[in-house]
Design a binder for this molecule. Structure first.
Ligand code: HEC
Length: 134
């Protein structure tokens, strides 16, 4: 019984030590978080074929990914190929709402996507315009 008592105290002490460390090291978790953020920013800038998750969910929800991929031709041109045309985000919003099939003569015409919410169109357009152009 005595042994058990000592043992449970030891556990209690460890537990308290654990809590103090968690609180005391308050700056550590945010340091880790910001380095992860930095990493994903760098990935975006280096033009890797990764689509940021919030953009990916918009593209998938609005069926864009059924026809467009980041770096390969599918039904439509890749997002990287579109970015190389150097459109501004405003031009892109307009082209998604009212495609100009003559811009891509090797492809079937894209259906107008004017039903997509403006805010979502803008977010996707800003992202496409931010992709590397060479
Ligand atoms: C059914 C297939 C299909 C879907 C779905 C689709 N696209 Fe397209 N998209 C195409 C094709 C094909 C082209 C090339 C021919 C054209 O522009 O009409 C194209 C062209 C584009 C262009 C280039 C416009 C230009 O004139 O240079 C952009 C930007 C674009 N799509 C964005 C999107 C976005 C964003 C979505 C989702 C909201 C989307 N597309 C959904 C097939 C599709």
């Amino acid at each position: 019984m005595k042994l058990f008592h000592t043992f449970s105290h030891a556990i209690l002490a460890l537990f308290i030590a654990g809590i103090t460390t968690a609180c005391g090291g308050g700056s550590e978790p945010s340091a880790i978080e910001s380095s992860t953020k930095q990493e994903s920013l760098e990935k975006g800038q280096s033009g890797g074929s990764e689509i940021p998750s919030e953009i990916k969910s918009l593209l998938s929800k609005n069926t864009c990914l059924g026809c467009h991929k980041m770096d390969k031709k599918l039904i439509g041109p890749s997002f990287l190929a579109i970015a190389k045309r150097g459109y501004t985000d405003k031009e892109l919003v307009q082209l998604i709402k009212e495609p100009v099939p003559e811009n891509w003569s090797d492809y079937p015409p894209m259906a107008p996507m004017a039903w997509v919410e403006d805010k979502q169109l803008e977010a996707m357009a800003v992202w496409i315009a931010s992709l590397p152009k060479e």
